[in-house]
Design a protein around this ligand. Structure first.
Ligand code: DC
Length: 228
């Protein structure tokens, strides 16, 4: 059985987690959503009145970092869900409040250092696909394979718009587009571990690809990798 460490990085809303989950399933590997880990820390901060939209009490958040335990467990449908101190928080971390605060929490160096230790722990026995922003550059610079995902901003905005509309939410396309462009800027210009393509990452631009086509693309590159 193969046991690889595969890093999947890229911009917001370009389908990283759908793709990373699919390849983890294909390889029978563990899937770790590192964005969910940032969201879990953010939720802990919000619940303890340390984080809100206006302000983050950075010193207090750093002080309580040791009280935060994050884990992933498979649910009945074989999908990994996020746990904070033993509680399933998978749905709560996708909410608006966490989404609005998470970029600023993710900028804090001490938060990132804690998460990197946990992320490396998940890969102790290899056999992991992890998605995020700095997985190929900082967390696993020696990953067996690095994939950098991108898609045109207007296509990412359209996908996000369709996803939210399908959930029955009334959203404005231009607002979503603006939010995606802002997050691209925050993620790629921040001081700590900015989003950038690792020199040895393979680029996957999925602007005009279906999930099935992405899987064909992956099977092609993994078979070349294994044949090396
Ligand atoms: O992938 P996502 O949208 O759930 O990520 C949420 C936030 O976490 C996003 O603003 C960037 C940040 N993040 C990060 O800084 N480093 C990672 N490895 C993953 C996510």
């Amino acid at each position: 059985m193969i046991r690889l460490v595969i890093a999947v990085d890229g911009y917001s809303s370009c389908g990283k987690s759908t793709f990373a989950k699919a390849i983890a399933k294909e390889l029978n590997h563990l899937y770790i959503d590192s964005g969910a880990m940032c969201r879990a820390v953010t939720l802990y901060g919000i619940r303890n009145s340390i984080v809100d939209k206006q302000e983050i009490q950075t010193d207090k958040l750093i002080e309580v970092l040791d009280s935060i335990e994050i884990d992933f467990k498979k649910n009945d449908g074989d999908v990994y869900e996020t746990y904070l101190n033993g509680e399933n928080i998978e749905n709560e971390i996708r909410g608006v409040m966490v989404s609005e605060c998470v970029s600023n929490v993710s900028k804090i160096r001490e938060v990132r250092s804690k998460l990197v230790i946990l992320q490396r722990g998940f890969a102790r026995n290899k056999g992991v696909v992890m998605d995020g922003r700095d997985i190929g550059t900082v967390v696993f610079p020696d990953a067996d394979m690095k994939i950098f995902m991108t898609a045109k901003p207007e296509i990412r905005a359209k996908r996000r718009f369709d996803e939210l509309t399908e959930k029955g939410l009334h959203v404005d396309f231009q607002e979503i587009m603006k939010n995606i462009e802002e997050r691209d800027i925050i993620d790629s210009t921040r001081k700590e571990s900015p989003l950038r393509k690792a020199d040895d990452a393979i680029v996957l631009d999925n602007s005009y690809m279906t999930p099935d086509e992405q899987m064909i693309w992956f099977k092609n590159i993994i078979s070349k990798h294994l044949a090396k």
